[in-house]
Design a protein around this ligand. Structure first.
Ligand SMILES: [Zn+2]
Length: 282
């Protein structure tokens, strides 16, 4: 079977602070190791239950060159490179297609506006104030699950910060969730050690695959993504994208029968809201 692992960093083992999120931060190198460790644990678990597993990992945080390829389990392949629309119109999910059987989300965090949420934001923290999916506020985990579902791919496991679990339960009461840390506030948590999360993630991933604990979303007839941005001029730039509907001064929406197509339009518009080339998009 084929497995797609969409990966973020804020919900990885030991990551609680902005200085761990980008290459110029003093905690970044350790965060890279811990994230790679979380992914390797999931790969070991998958392969323990499915020796013929084909695994693709999508590096989906910031510069999208975070995972340590040297240290990545050789049974997986890695999607590397910045999330420019020309590269990765599906952002964290780029590389997925209908040939995959199971998706997993590793290193995830809560959506923008979550009270006390650990490193909470939605895709582009400086731009997106609120994002909703068919009228309900949604975070990255749900959006990625919707993209996966549009390819018929169910979600098997979500790994992230403890405050993400209630967010996930609002749209999926049953999917397996594992917390790498207990959230205390926006930049603090009670962290499990990398050794502990490695053994726990491996065991949970193995059980998910062995028992086929997969959760497939129903695809809606149409998908509308509605984004409220922080500033009006951001919307002016987003509005130049074909298919973008301006709702009000700071809000636009895109609609498509297919969730992945709706996301591609959304991502095209969002990456255009950014005035100067962003270091993480270079
Ligand atoms: Zn991230």
């Amino acid at each position: 079977m084929k497995y797609f692992l969409a990966v973020d960093l804020e919900g990885a083992t030991g990551v609680v602070h902005h200085d761990q999120l980008m290459p110029d931060g003093r905690g970044y190198a350790a965060a890279q190791r811990w994230l790679t460790g979380d992914i390797n644990a999931a790969i070991r678990g998958i392969c323990a239950a499915d020796a013929a597993a084909e695994i693709v990992v999508g590096d989906g945080h910031g510069i999208m060159r975070n995972v340590l390829l040297d240290e990545l389990d050789e049974r997986a392949m890695l999607v590397v490179g910045p999330g420019r629309y020309e590269n990765k119109p599906l952002c964290q999910c780029e590389g997925i297609d209908a040939s995959f059987d199971v998706g997993m989300l590793i290193g995830f965090h809560t959506r923008a506006g979550t009270p006390g949420g650990l490193l909470a934001h939605t895709f582009v923290g400086s731009t997106i104030c609120d994002l909703s999916l068919n009228g309900r506020v949604a975070g990255e985990a749900e959006i990625d699950a919707a993209i996966m579902a549009s390819y018929g791919v169910p979600v098997g496991l979500i790994v992230g910060n403890s405050d993400l679990e209630p967010e996930v339960r609002a749209w999926d009461p049953t999917v397996t969730f594992y917390a790498t840390k207990t959230t205390l506030g926006p930049t603090a948590g009670i962290c499990k050690t990398p050794r502990r999360t490695a053994s726990e993630i491996e065991e949970i991933a193995r059980q998910v695959v062995e028992r086929r604990l997969y959760s497939l979303r129903e695809n809606p007839a149409t998908t509308t993504l509605t984004a409220t941005l922080y500033r009006r001029e951001m919307l002016d730039r987003a509005a130049t994208v074909n298919g973008v509907h301006v709702v009000d001064d700071r809000t636009f929406s895109v609609t498509h029968a297919n969730a992945a197509e709706a996301f591609r339009m959304f991502w095209n518009a969002i990456t255009r809201t950014l005035e100067d080339p962003q270091p993480w998009l270079k």
